[in-house]
Design a protein around this ligand. Sequence first.
Ligand code: MG
Ligand code: MG
Ligand code: MG
Length: 306
Amino acid sequence: MEKILIFGHKNPDTDSIMSALIMEDLEKKMGSNVLACKLGNVNKETEYALKYFNVNEPITIDNLEEGQEVILVDHNEFAQSANGIEKAKILKVVDHHRICGFETSEPLFYIANPFGCTATILYDMYLINNFEISSTIAGLMLSAIISDTLLLKSPTTTPKDENAAKALAKIANVNLEKYGLAMLKAGTDLSSYTPEQLLTLDAKHIEIKNLKTIIAQVNTVDINDVMKIKSDIEKAMNNTINSEGLDLFILAITDIINNNSQIITLGNSSHIAEKAFNVKLEDNTAFLKGVVSRKKQILPVLIENA
Ligand code: MG
Ligand code: MG
Ligand code: MG
Protein backbone atom coordinates (compact mmCIF):
# COMPACT_ATOMS: atom_id res chain seq x y z
CA MET A 1 0.00 0.00 0.00
CA GLU A 2 1.21 3.46 -0.78
CA LYS A 3 2.32 5.59 2.13
CA ILE A 4 0.20 8.38 3.54
CA LEU A 5 2.20 11.63 3.28
CA ILE A 6 2.33 14.02 6.24
CA PHE A 7 3.45 17.61 5.74
CA GLY A 8 3.22 21.17 7.04
CA HIS A 9 3.05 24.38 5.01
CA LYS A 10 5.29 25.76 2.27
CA ASN A 11 8.30 27.79 3.41
CA PRO A 12 8.33 25.45 6.40
CA ASP A 13 9.03 26.73 9.88
CA THR A 14 10.14 24.62 12.82
CA ASP A 15 6.56 23.69 13.79
CA SER A 16 5.76 22.48 10.25
CA ILE A 17 8.86 20.28 10.11
CA MET A 18 8.67 18.93 13.65
CA SER A 19 4.91 18.36 13.62
CA ALA A 20 5.25 16.27 10.45
CA LEU A 21 7.93 14.15 12.15
CA ILE A 22 5.96 13.92 15.40
CA MET A 23 2.74 13.02 13.57
CA GLU A 24 4.67 10.32 11.71
CA ASP A 25 5.73 8.82 15.04
CA LEU A 26 2.20 9.09 16.42
CA GLU A 27 0.57 7.53 13.35
CA LYS A 28 3.11 4.70 13.31
CA LYS A 29 2.20 3.96 16.91
CA MET A 30 -1.40 3.63 15.68
CA GLY A 31 -0.32 1.26 12.92
CA SER A 32 -0.53 3.59 9.90
CA ASN A 33 1.83 3.47 6.94
CA VAL A 34 3.01 7.08 6.85
CA LEU A 35 5.91 9.25 5.75
CA ALA A 36 6.84 12.72 7.03
CA CYS A 37 7.65 15.19 4.24
CA LYS A 38 8.35 18.87 3.79
CA LEU A 39 7.45 21.49 1.18
CA GLY A 40 10.75 23.36 0.91
CA ASN A 41 14.09 23.78 2.64
CA VAL A 42 14.47 23.90 6.39
CA ASN A 43 15.61 27.19 7.92
CA LYS A 44 18.63 27.59 10.18
CA GLU A 45 16.62 27.47 13.38
CA THR A 46 15.08 24.13 12.39
CA GLU A 47 18.46 22.87 11.24
CA TYR A 48 19.91 23.68 14.67
CA ALA A 49 17.13 21.81 16.46
CA LEU A 50 17.29 18.73 14.21
CA LYS A 51 21.05 18.53 14.66
CA TYR A 52 20.76 18.98 18.43
CA PHE A 53 18.38 16.05 18.72
CA ASN A 54 20.11 14.06 16.00
CA VAL A 55 17.13 13.72 13.66
CA ASN A 56 17.23 13.73 9.85
CA GLU A 57 15.21 16.20 7.79
CA PRO A 58 12.07 14.78 6.21
CA ILE A 59 12.20 14.36 2.44
CA THR A 60 10.99 17.18 0.20
CA ILE A 61 7.97 16.66 -2.02
CA ASP A 62 6.74 18.92 -4.75
CA ASN A 63 3.62 17.73 -6.54
CA LEU A 64 0.91 15.40 -5.29
CA GLU A 65 -0.56 12.72 -7.51
CA GLU A 66 -4.32 12.63 -7.86
CA GLY A 67 -5.89 10.65 -4.99
CA GLN A 68 -2.70 10.65 -2.86
CA GLU A 69 -3.65 10.21 0.79
CA VAL A 70 -2.29 13.00 2.96
CA ILE A 71 -2.32 14.37 6.51
CA LEU A 72 -1.88 18.13 6.94
CA VAL A 73 -0.19 19.62 9.98
CA ASP A 74 0.31 23.28 10.92
CA HIS A 75 -1.83 24.58 8.02
CA ASN A 76 -5.09 24.09 6.18
CA GLU A 77 -5.19 26.85 3.55
CA PHE A 78 -4.66 25.32 0.12
CA ALA A 79 -2.60 28.35 -0.94
CA GLN A 80 0.01 27.31 1.64
CA SER A 81 -0.16 23.58 0.87
CA ALA A 82 1.38 21.19 -1.64
CA ASN A 83 0.78 21.64 -5.36
CA GLY A 84 -2.06 19.32 -6.32
CA ILE A 85 -3.68 19.42 -2.86
CA GLU A 86 -7.12 19.96 -4.51
CA LYS A 87 -6.96 16.46 -5.98
CA ALA A 88 -5.42 14.71 -2.98
CA LYS A 89 -7.40 12.81 -0.36
CA ILE A 90 -7.02 14.63 2.97
CA LEU A 91 -7.43 12.11 5.79
CA LYS A 92 -6.58 14.33 8.74
CA VAL A 93 -5.72 17.90 9.66
CA VAL A 94 -4.02 18.94 12.89
CA ASP A 95 -3.72 22.73 12.99
CA HIS A 96 -3.80 25.92 15.04
CA HIS A 97 -4.63 28.53 12.36
CA ARG A 98 -7.79 30.17 11.07
CA ILE A 99 -9.66 27.83 8.72
CA CYS A 100 -9.80 29.36 5.26
CA GLY A 101 -10.72 28.09 1.81
CA PHE A 102 -10.78 24.52 3.06
CA GLU A 103 -13.04 21.98 1.41
CA THR A 104 -13.03 18.19 1.02
CA SER A 105 -15.35 15.74 -0.71
CA GLU A 106 -15.18 13.16 2.06
CA PRO A 107 -15.32 13.13 5.87
CA LEU A 108 -12.03 13.52 7.72
CA PHE A 109 -10.44 13.92 11.14
CA TYR A 110 -10.04 17.64 11.76
CA ILE A 111 -8.34 18.64 14.98
CA ALA A 112 -8.11 22.39 15.45
CA ASN A 113 -7.16 24.08 18.69
CA PRO A 114 -6.19 27.71 19.25
CA PHE A 115 -2.96 26.74 21.02
CA GLY A 116 0.35 28.46 20.36
CA CYS A 117 1.74 25.55 18.39
CA THR A 118 0.65 22.45 16.46
CA ALA A 119 3.12 20.38 18.49
CA THR A 120 1.17 21.29 21.64
CA ILE A 121 -1.94 19.70 20.11
CA LEU A 122 0.12 16.62 19.23
CA TYR A 123 1.49 16.50 22.78
CA ASP A 124 -2.12 16.26 23.99
CA MET A 125 -2.77 13.45 21.53
CA TYR A 126 0.10 11.41 23.01
CA LEU A 127 -1.34 11.90 26.48
CA ILE A 128 -4.88 10.99 25.40
CA ASN A 129 -3.64 7.82 23.71
CA ASN A 130 -1.29 6.97 26.55
CA PHE A 131 1.68 6.85 24.16
CA GLU A 132 5.17 7.21 25.50
CA ILE A 133 7.03 10.36 24.38
CA SER A 134 10.70 9.55 23.67
CA SER A 135 13.35 12.11 24.57
CA THR A 136 13.88 12.75 20.86
CA ILE A 137 10.20 13.37 20.13
CA ALA A 138 10.07 15.56 23.25
CA GLY A 139 12.97 17.59 21.87
CA LEU A 140 11.18 18.09 18.55
CA MET A 141 7.93 19.11 20.27
CA LEU A 142 9.77 21.49 22.55
CA SER A 143 11.64 23.09 19.63
CA ALA A 144 8.38 23.68 17.75
CA ILE A 145 6.74 25.27 20.79
CA ILE A 146 9.75 27.52 21.45
CA SER A 147 9.75 28.59 17.80
CA ASP A 148 6.04 29.36 17.46
CA THR A 149 5.73 31.09 20.84
CA LEU A 150 9.13 32.84 20.77
CA LEU A 151 10.12 31.09 23.96
CA LEU A 152 6.62 31.43 25.48
CA LYS A 153 6.62 35.23 25.05
CA SER A 154 4.35 35.64 22.03
CA PRO A 155 0.71 36.58 22.81
CA THR A 156 -0.25 33.34 21.03
CA THR A 157 1.13 31.40 24.00
CA THR A 158 -1.49 29.54 26.04
CA PRO A 159 -1.16 27.78 29.41
CA LYS A 160 -1.25 24.52 27.38
CA ASP A 161 1.95 25.52 25.58
CA GLU A 162 3.64 26.54 28.80
CA ASN A 163 2.79 23.32 30.58
CA ALA A 164 3.80 21.22 27.61
CA ALA A 165 7.11 23.05 27.20
CA LYS A 166 8.03 22.59 30.85
CA ALA A 167 7.19 18.89 30.82
CA LEU A 168 8.93 18.31 27.50
CA ALA A 169 12.14 20.09 28.57
CA LYS A 170 12.40 17.55 31.37
CA ILE A 171 11.85 14.57 29.06
CA ALA A 172 14.28 15.99 26.47
CA ASN A 173 16.72 16.77 29.26
CA VAL A 174 17.43 20.38 28.24
CA ASN A 175 17.26 23.72 30.01
CA LEU A 176 14.23 25.45 28.48
CA GLU A 177 15.60 29.02 28.57
CA LYS A 178 19.13 28.18 27.55
CA TYR A 179 18.25 25.78 24.76
CA GLY A 180 15.39 28.00 23.60
CA LEU A 181 17.49 31.13 23.23
CA ALA A 182 20.28 29.23 21.44
CA MET A 183 17.78 27.74 19.01
CA LEU A 184 16.03 31.08 18.30
CA LYS A 185 19.39 32.79 17.84
CA ALA A 186 20.48 30.15 15.34
CA GLY A 187 17.50 31.25 13.25
CA THR A 188 18.57 34.90 13.24
CA ASP A 189 21.74 34.25 11.26
CA LEU A 190 20.62 35.78 7.97
CA SER A 191 24.12 36.42 6.62
CA SER A 192 24.06 33.76 3.91
CA TYR A 193 20.74 34.75 2.35
CA THR A 194 20.07 37.02 -0.60
CA PRO A 195 17.23 39.56 -0.09
CA GLU A 196 15.03 37.29 -2.25
CA GLN A 197 15.73 34.27 -0.06
CA LEU A 198 15.23 36.28 3.09
CA LEU A 199 11.72 37.15 1.94
CA THR A 200 10.74 33.52 1.38
CA LEU A 201 12.18 32.09 4.62
CA ASP A 202 8.87 32.49 6.44
CA ALA A 203 6.40 33.89 3.91
CA LYS A 204 2.70 33.18 3.84
CA HIS A 205 0.39 33.76 0.91
CA ILE A 206 -2.81 35.04 2.41
CA GLU A 207 -6.05 36.30 0.88
CA ILE A 208 -7.28 39.31 2.84
CA LYS A 209 -10.85 39.94 1.65
CA ASN A 210 -9.96 39.76 -2.05
CA LEU A 211 -6.50 41.25 -1.75
CA LYS A 212 -3.60 39.05 -2.77
CA THR A 213 -1.17 39.39 0.09
CA ILE A 214 2.12 38.02 1.33
CA ILE A 215 3.10 38.49 4.95
CA ALA A 216 6.71 37.50 5.49
CA GLN A 217 8.60 37.49 8.77
CA VAL A 218 12.25 37.26 9.76
CA ASN A 219 13.63 36.99 13.26
CA THR A 220 16.60 39.03 14.37
CA VAL A 221 18.45 40.10 17.49
CA ASP A 222 18.96 43.58 16.00
CA ILE A 223 16.41 45.20 13.67
CA ASN A 224 19.06 47.64 12.38
CA ASP A 225 21.07 44.74 11.00
CA VAL A 226 18.26 43.92 8.60
CA MET A 227 17.28 47.55 7.92
CA LYS A 228 20.80 48.14 6.57
CA ILE A 229 19.76 46.34 3.40
CA LYS A 230 16.26 47.89 3.25
CA SER A 231 16.60 49.18 -0.31
CA ASP A 232 17.67 45.74 -1.59
CA ILE A 233 14.79 44.15 0.31
CA GLU A 234 12.36 46.65 -1.20
CA LYS A 235 13.62 45.91 -4.68
CA ALA A 236 13.04 42.19 -4.14
CA MET A 237 9.59 42.87 -2.64
CA ASN A 238 8.60 44.98 -5.65
CA ASN A 239 9.76 42.25 -8.01
CA THR A 240 7.50 39.75 -6.24
CA ILE A 241 4.60 42.21 -6.22
CA ASN A 242 4.93 42.58 -10.00
CA SER A 243 5.49 38.94 -10.85
CA GLU A 244 2.72 37.61 -8.61
CA GLY A 245 0.28 40.50 -9.00
CA LEU A 246 0.17 41.20 -5.26
CA ASP A 247 -1.90 43.97 -3.70
CA LEU A 248 0.07 44.01 -0.48
CA PHE A 249 3.44 42.73 0.72
CA ILE A 250 4.40 43.12 4.35
CA LEU A 251 7.73 42.08 5.82
CA ALA A 252 7.86 41.96 9.60
CA ILE A 253 11.36 42.12 11.02
CA THR A 254 10.92 40.77 14.52
CA ASP A 255 13.29 41.48 17.40
CA ILE A 256 13.20 38.26 19.42
CA ILE A 257 15.00 39.78 22.41
CA ASN A 258 12.79 42.85 22.97
CA ASN A 259 9.67 41.48 21.25
CA ASN A 260 8.93 44.28 18.79
CA SER A 261 8.69 44.37 15.00
CA GLN A 262 9.65 46.78 12.24
CA ILE A 263 7.50 46.40 9.15
CA ILE A 264 8.31 47.20 5.55
CA THR A 265 5.10 47.52 3.57
CA LEU A 266 4.71 47.79 -0.19
CA GLY A 267 1.95 47.40 -2.78
CA ASN A 268 -1.12 49.37 -3.85
CA SER A 269 -2.97 48.46 -0.67
CA SER A 270 -0.24 49.41 1.79
CA HIS A 271 -2.47 52.16 3.25
CA ILE A 272 -4.37 49.32 4.97
CA ALA A 273 -1.35 48.75 7.19
CA GLU A 274 -1.40 52.37 8.36
CA LYS A 275 -5.03 52.04 9.36
CA ALA A 276 -4.61 48.60 10.89
CA PHE A 277 -1.60 49.40 13.04
CA ASN A 278 -2.48 53.06 13.57
CA VAL A 279 0.90 54.22 12.33
CA LYS A 280 2.24 56.49 9.61
CA LEU A 281 4.47 54.69 7.15
CA GLU A 282 7.61 56.68 6.53
CA ASP A 283 9.69 55.45 3.66
CA ASN A 284 7.44 52.35 3.58
CA THR A 285 8.33 51.39 7.12
CA ALA A 286 7.00 51.65 10.68
CA PHE A 287 7.90 50.35 14.13
CA LEU A 288 5.27 48.20 15.84
CA LYS A 289 5.83 48.06 19.56
CA GLY A 290 5.06 44.71 21.17
CA VAL A 291 4.02 43.09 17.89
CA VAL A 292 5.55 39.66 17.23
CA SER A 293 2.70 37.44 16.05
CA ARG A 294 1.55 37.40 12.43
CA LYS A 295 -1.39 35.20 13.33
CA LYS A 296 -2.68 37.19 16.26
CA GLN A 297 -1.38 40.74 15.95
CA ILE A 298 -0.93 41.31 12.22
CA LEU A 299 -3.40 39.27 10.16
CA PRO A 300 -6.62 39.96 12.16
CA VAL A 301 -6.18 43.75 12.20
CA LEU A 302 -5.41 43.75 8.48
CA ILE A 303 -8.59 41.80 7.78
CA GLU A 304 -10.56 44.20 9.96
CA ASN A 305 -9.25 47.23 8.10
CA ALA A 306 -9.14 45.91 4.53
MG1 MG B 1 3.93 27.32 10.90
MG1 MG C 1 2.61 26.52 13.92
MG1 MG D 1 5.79 31.36 12.77
